[in-house]
Design a protein around this ligand. Structure first.
Ligand SMILES: [Zn+2]
Length: 362
C-alpha cells in the first residue's frame, strides 16, 4: 500500500461512525462510546446519584460530547445510541416492567425520552441480549447462533438467532433460568414461584442447598468449616484444593445446567453456548472451571440428538462486565445497518421528537 493510500485509509477510519452504549443496572450505569466495535471511552456512574432516566440521558449526552471532543472526533460521527436494560422487555414496548431498584425507570417510554435528549435514534434491548451480541461480534460467527448463559443468584440467557438478538413475542425468549428440569410435584421452588426450574437448582441459592444436602453424608469435607457461610465461591475454592465433596457439588450443578442447555439446543440450535456471570467456578484459568464446562458438555451430549453434540462449542465468555455496554452500542449499529424494525421505530421516534421540538419552538 502506498503512503497516500495508507493516509487516505487512516482518514477514512477517523471518520468511522461512533455509537453510544448505555448499560442500565440497579446499582450502576455504564456509558461507552464504541467505534469499529471497540470501546474508545468508558465511564461508570451510580444509579442512585440520578433521579431517573432524563438525568441519566442528559449526563450521557454530556459524556458523549466531552469524550468526542477529547478524542478529536466530530460530534456528527455519533450515529445512534443503544440502551441495555434489565428485566423483561417486550419488543413492541419500550418500557421496563417492574425491576428491583429501578422504580423511576418503569412506565416511561425510554426511547422517546432518550431520543428527545440525545437527538439521535435510540434502540432498546434486554441486557442479556446486549452482552450476547458483544460476545458474538468478538468472534467471527458469520450469521450463526449463540447463547450467553449468565450464572449467579439467577440464571439469565441472552440469545442471538443467526446473529440477531431474539426476545420472542412477549420478551421472554431465551429465559433459560425458568425451564423445567424436574417435573415432580415436590420439585424445588424457584424464586419466580413455580417449581422445578433450573434456577432453583443451579442458581447460587440452589448450589448452596445441594451443598448442604451432600455435606450431611460427607463429614470429612473442609466445607463444614464454612457451613453457615457457604457460597459458590467458597465451594469452587474448596474444589480447587481437591475437596471431593466440593468437586461433586460443582459437577452436580453442571449436570443441572447441562440439562437446561440440552433443552435450549433442541429449540434454538446455537453453535456456541457461553457462560458468564459471577458464578464461574474459577473460570477458564482454573481446573474446576474447566471441569464444570466439561460436565456441562458431557450432559448435553448424553441428553441430546447427536447433531447437537457434534457442532456445539461450550466456553466461558471473554468480555466480562463491559459486554453489556458494548452490546448496547453494537445493537444500535446493527439496527442502523440492517434497517431493522428496531431502527425504523427509533428513526420514527426521532422524527416525532424533532417535530415536537419544532412545535415547541425549541
Ligand atoms: Zn422460575
Amino acid at each position: 500500500m502506498s503512503e497516500s493510500n495508507a493516509a487516505t485509509e487512516l482518514d477514512a477510519n477517523r471518520n468511522a461512525p461512533i455509537y453510544l452504549g448505555i448499560d442500565l443496572g440497579g446499582t450502576s450505569i455504564k456509558l461507552a462510546l464504541v467505534r469499529e466495535e471497540k470501546i474508545v471511552a468508558l465511564e461508570q456512574v451510580l444509579t442512585k446519584d440520578f433521579l431517573g432516566p432524563r438525568e441519566v440521558f442528559e449526563f450521557a449526552l454530556s459524556f458523549a460530547k466531552r469524550q468526542i471532543e477529547t478524542l478529536g472526533y466530530q460530534f456528527d460521527q455519533l450515529q445512534a445510541a443503544g440502551l441495555a436494560a434489565p428485566g423483561v422487555l417486550a419488543p413492541d414496548v419500550d418500557e421496563l416492567r417492574e425491576v428491583a431498584n429501578l422504580s423511576a425507570w418503569t412506565n416511561v417510554s425510554l426511547t422517546d425520552v432518550a431520543t428527545r435528549i440525545l437527538e439521535k435514534p435510540v434502540v432498546l434491548l434486554n441486557d442479556a441480549n446486549a452482552a450476547a451480541l458483544a460476545e458474538y461480534k468478538a468472534r467471527d460467527l458469520d450469521g450463526r447462533s449463540l447463547a450467553l448463559v449468565t450464572l449467579g443468584t439467577g440464571i439469565g440467557c441472552g440469545l442471538l438467532l443467526n446473529g440477531v438478538p431474539h426476545c420472542g413475542d412477549s420478551g421472554i425468549g431465551g429465559e433459560l433460568g425458568h425451564v423445567v428440569i424436574d417435573a415432580a410435584d415436590h420439585a424445588w421452588l424457584c424464586g419466580c414461584g413455580k417449581r422445578g426450574h433450573v434456577e432453583a437448582y443451579a442458581g447460587a441459592g440452589g448450589v448452596v442447598r445441594i451443598a448442604k444436602e451432600m455435606l450431611r453424608d460427607n463429614p470429612g469435607s473442609v466445607l463444614h468449616q464454612d457451613i453457615d457461610d457457604l457460597s459458590p465461591y467458597l465451594i469452587a475454592q474448596a474444589a480447587e484444593q481437591g475437596d471431593a465433596t466440593a468437586v461433586e457439588i460443582v459437577c452436580q450443578t453442571a449436570r443441572y445446567v447441562g440439562h437446561a442447555v440440552s433443552i435450549l439446543c433442541h429449540i434454538a440450535d446455537p453453535s456456541y453456548v457461553l457462560f458468564g456471570g459471577a458464578m464461574d467456578f474459577g473460570g477458564p484459568e482454573s481446573t474446576v472451571g474447566l471441569r464444570f464446562l466439561d460436565v456441562v458438555r458431557q450432559t448435553v451430549v448424553k441428553q441430546s440428538l447427536v447433531q447437537v453434540g457434534e457442532h456445539l462449542h461450550i466456553e466461558f465468555a471473554t468480555l466480562g462486565k463491559d459486554a453489556g455496554v458494548i452490546g448496547a452500542a453494537l445493537f444500535a449499529e446493527q439496527a442502523r445497518e440492517t434497517s431493522s424494525e428496531a431502527w425504523d421505530a427509533a428513526s420514527s421516534s426521532l422524527l416525532k421528537n424533532t417535530t415536537s421540538f419544532a412545535e415547541q419552538g425549541t
